[in-house]
Design a protein around this ligand. Sequence first.
Ligand SMILES: [Zn+2]
Length: 153
Amino acid sequence: MAKTKPVEIKVKMCRPCAEKLKAEGKVKIGSSCKDKNECANCHRRKFVYDCELINQEPPLIIPIKKNWFYKIIEGVKKEDYREIKSYWTKRFELGDATNKVCEVIFKNGYTKTAPTCHCKVNIHTGYGREEWGAEPNTEYYVLDILKVIEVKM
Ligand SMILES: [Zn+2]
């Protein structure tokens, strides 16, 4: 199989943004730049660094029912559950790991414009809460919702 090389995009960012994204493995910090203009990430501070954005694997898109979608946005539902079956095992790419912190996009519907909720989650196996949609005494892939990053309606 052909290996795809990550795409690098040059952007100019302020120091806090550059350092934050570098810590997340999303950016390579290059030289500091002389001209000062708006940071490409926060659009608030002036940029100071030439950076190369490393194109990450796009987050996994997970379909979700409307009811649960809104409960996640509202911060009421803090976990989502998926059956332990090969379909999800492959998609979550857990390998030998017992848990994985990653980003996913919950999508309510299948059209291009369907509402989405981009979240940071910790995926592991365990039991869920019935009020959040889990069946009793059933083991699932539990997605702990650590943070809602962005909601698009
Ligand atoms: Zn910034």
